[in-house]
Write a protein that binds this ligand. Structure first.
Ligand code: 5GP
Ligand code: ZN
Length: 116
């Protein structure tokens, strides 16, 4: 499959990996939006949250726990961090292999500001 994150998971495209196991990989975002910006992906290709099935429930939980571990290992668990999943066009999803962004290392400000 011609998917950039499948290739990163397989090691066919280089990345700065900080964690991997048989189901999950974590690596630095190539265009960081915060001092710490990591991406958490499953090895299994799931295009987006819309495409996750009930049998993926455990895997989705693993992604969240890997995000927490990545935050701990990056030293930002105590100061706080934000975990984001962009799903689809209006959320700005660019890579259609499901992933969690882990952002931190500074005050990220409010995510949900009141609309003007
Ligand atoms: P999305 O908008 O789909 O939620 O986020 C995709 C993220 O993947 C972006 O933050 C982008 O910088 C990152 N990204 C895209 N291509 C690559 C790549 O080849 N390597 C790495 N490490 N990150 C990538
Ligand atoms: Zn993929």
């Amino acid at each position: 499959m011609n998917c950039i994150f499948c290739k990163i998971a397989a090691g066919e495209i280089p990345s700065r990996k900080v964690y991997e196991d048989d189901q999950v990989a974590v690596f630095h975002d190539i265009q960081p939006q915060a001092p710490v910006h990591l991406l958490v992906i499953p090895r299994k290709h799931i295009a987006s949250l819309n495409d996750a099935a009930p049998e993926d429930a455990e895997l989705l939980g693993r992604l969240l726990l890997a995000a927490r571990k990545a935050a701990e290992d990056a030293g930002i668990a105590g100061s706080g961090y934000r975990v984001i999943n962009n799903c689809g066009k209006d959320a700005g999803q660019v890579v259609f292999h499901i992933h969690l962004h882990v952002l931190g290392g500074e005050d990220l400000g409010p995510l949900l500001a009141p609309r003007a």
